[in-house]
Design a protein around this ligand. Structure first.
Ligand code: NAD
Ligand code: MG
Length: 389
């Protein structure tokens, strides 16, 4: 029987890798919905090639172009936040959540409400509302599968294992674009330099977040929320080769490492075929040619985002929503040239301080309303802090 598939963020880096896998086995899937942003040409051409039922753009001002591009095909076109949520409630067996940012949360929750399997690339959903997302999945007997490469690696290392036997989880980090730069130079890092990842080909926002290690910060929180371990069980280590994606340490001292090429089609494909393992078109590693894998501890001074993530993990509650929103606003600011590279972490730090000082994070109930309110307030405060500079 064909599986019904929907892809949120279909035009992005994860979305396109997902489509690459699906197009290799077109008889296995019926595509329900594809969603995107302003890249209407890509969205329409994929919707036609995959014979989707509906294509949705996040932006109302793009709808006319989308309708025109799909005219005569019988494929529906829609736009806006409500249309995204409606698309998530169309019956589908497997839904890829690959919108970037907190905007991915609501469609993901809608997909879980209908009991679908959610392949979760959108780490921001877990950072902002982990307990809500996981509880929604439990309540609806829905499955959440991690697609972030590190979390897919941990998930795979845990197959057949008891989570109670886990002592620690080690998330590896490439160290990003500036891992070898002299610290004094970091304040001058440009947008183009931060947008160039040494090992992975990803969307621009996550690439910059890799240079600042905000991506790893989100991933530490994601680890806590997804696997239910405590903050002190989660470690990170710089591994410049990006071949080991994560390691799980068990109480008998064994470490299980997941090794693979830096190609997101592995983690996406694992989630697509889970619980089976099927052939995937990724490079087979030649370990003798690779020769050596290296590791080093992350320097606190280079990566202040890691310390901020530790505070968020310890604090819990709505601090994850505030942290992510402040990070998104600071990243917008860096992309727009409002602030420098190092100021991103300063803005996030100052935003959290402000929100704690005014007792805005005191309500710890992680409901959707509270998360959205906190997200909004953190963006307002981060914006004020950026403008005051
Ligand atoms: P991307 O920027 O390449 O694509 C993002 C997608 O989301 C696009 O389709 C875009 O149109 C859509 N989008 C953007 N803003 C939107 C909004 N406000 N509402 C609705 N749709 C919107 O991003 P990406 O690199 O593919 O990353 C997607 C998610 O996957 C992120 O959460 C990222 O952290 C995570 N992730 C990505 C990679 C990777 O290799 N790219 C690896 C691990 C995790
Ligand atoms: Mg990752």
């Amino acid at each position: 029987m064909k599986r019904k598939i929907t892809i949120f963020g279909a035009t992005g880096s994860i979305g396109q890798n997902t489509i690459d896998l699906i197009r290799r086995a077109p008889d296995d899937y019926d595509v329900v919905a594809l969603t995107g942003g302003r890249n209407i040409a890509q969205l329409a051409s994929d919707a036609k090639a995959l014979r989707a039922e509906i294509a949705v753009t996040a932006y109302d001002d793009c709808l006319a172009d989308l309708k025109q591009a799909l005219a005569g095909t019988g494929i529906e076109a829609a736009s806006g936040e409500q249309a995204l949520e409606d698309a998530a409630t169309r019956p589908a067996d497997w839904i890829m959540s690959a919108i970037v940012g907190a905007a991915g949360l609501k469609p993901g929750l809608c997909a879980l409400e209908q009991g679908s399997t959610l392949a979760l690339a959108n780490k921001e959903s877990l950072v902002t509302a982990g307990p809500l997302l996981m509880e929604t999945a439990r309540r609806n007997s829905a499955t959440v599968l991690p697609v972030d490469s590190e979390h897919s690696a941990v998930f795979q290392a845990l197959v057949g294992e008891d989570i109670a036997a886990v002592e620690r989880i080690i998330i590896t980090a490439s160290g990003g674009a500036f891992r070898d730069w002299p610290l004094e130079k970091l304040s001058k890092a440009t947008l183009a330099q931060a947008s160039n990842h040494p090992n992975w080909d990803m969307g621009q926002r996550i690439t910059i977040d890799s240079a600042s290690m905000f991506n790893k910060s989100l991933e530490l929180i994601e680890t806590k929320e997804f696997f239910g371990v405590t903050p002190d069980q989660i470690e990170t280590v710089i591994h410049p080769e990006s071949l080991i994606h994560a390691l799980v340490g068990f109480r008998d001292g064994a470490l299980m490492a997941h090794i693979g090429p830096p190609d997101m089609r592995h983690a996406i494909g694992f989630a697509l075929h889970w619980p089976d393992r099927k052939h995937l078109p990724v490079e087979r590693l030649d370990l003798a040619r690779i020769g050596a894998l290296t590791f080093r501890a992350p320097e606190d001074a280079r990566y202040p985002a890691l310390r901020l993530a530790r505070n968020v993990m310890e604090t819990g509650g709505l601090s994850g929503a505030a942290f992510n929103a402040a990070k998104e606003r600071a990243l917008d600011g860096f992309i727009a040239g409002e602030i420098g590279f190092l100021q991103m972490a300063q803005v996030v730090d100052a935003t959290l301080d402000k929100l704690f000082a005014e007792q805005s994070l005191i309500n710890n109930e992680i409901s959707l309303d509270n998360v959205l309110q906190t997200d909004h307030l953190a963006r307002v405060r981060a914006d004020e802090i950026i403008r005051a500079r």
